[in-house]
Design a protein around this ligand. Sequence first.
Ligand SMILES: Cc1ncc(COP(=O)(O)O)c(C=O)c1O
Length: 358
Amino acid sequence: MTLPSHGSNPHYVYQSARIEKPDRVIDFSVNVNPFGAPTIIRERWQSWFSYVEDYPDPLASELKQKLSILNDIQEDCLLIGNGGAELITLVAQFLRGKRILIIQPSFSEYEQACFAQNCCVEHHVLQEGNWALGLNELLPKVKLFDGIFLCTPNNPTGVVYDCQAVMELVQEGKREGCYIIIDEAFYDFTTDNHSYINLIKQYPNLIILRSLTKMFAIAGLRLGYGAANPSVMEKLAALKPHWSVNAIAMKAGLECILQDSYIQHTKQHIADERKRLELVYQSNGFQMSKSEVNFYLLKDPQLEDAAPLFHFLLKKGIVPRHTMNFPGLNGRWLRFAVKKKKENNLLMEALLEWKKYN
Ligand SMILES: Cc1ncc(COP(=O)(O)O)c(C=O)c1O
């Protein structure tokens, strides 16, 4: 049985697990805003129809300009992409054939994209449970690599790495000529919004990746961006397919970045729900990762492998994300998105039922 390497598209999970898909499923494997896309997207949708007829702006100038103001960085430090995923692919192309280190467990696309570019990939696997960066082991490795991928807040743990430790990594990278790629796809779900984006001015070895598909639930539209020193950005831009970002995604992006109250409401909901879930899990013998975002890892410490719990939930129409393809997790944990209250309640009920009989 080979399970899909990503969350979402639950019919593939049922297919490969050979479990009949119930009529109603709740997909906890996808980490997008549980409130869906901002209302303004639906309201404007019809008026955007005319944009399907012409080619999109290949430079995404308007969006780039707005993002440069929002992030207080120069426009030539930015590149708009077809989702954060396209930026990951471009970075891998930029580092083609080089030595790459991935801080694990983390998003599987880094490895996938680097393999496709014949990079020599190694993993720095963090200690399970607290997933601290472990600088004593990590820093001496920096000189051995051309690029290091770090995701913070990290997918799949939800953990935000210690800021001082990340800074030391970035500084060591600069000294040793190693690019540090920080994926901030989920930074806007944290309550403090901490970001490393402004450091690109001082650190030409730093590349920041951002996604708009998570907070704004526009995963089907695809939109993300990267930020780095203009000389790096120029090289990444040269690798990008000319019209890879569609016109509607750009229009949606321009609206999304103005949605302050939607962002605040989402963050508050996520923080409250995560706390509520945590209390229930703690008092019922589950182990939960110290997440600061809209998903978390969960483990039943009685199980060596989470597969029986995974199957139990699938049969109930609850779709977790398995962790079999995350180095350092190897299927022992399951990842769940924080959804709306009603859905989170259904998940808790199912987990308590599991505990009752196992
Ligand atoms: C850590 C991380 N980075 C990037 C991406 C890609 O996001 P996008 O939908 O913007 O391509 C994902 C998607 O799941 C992700 O989890």
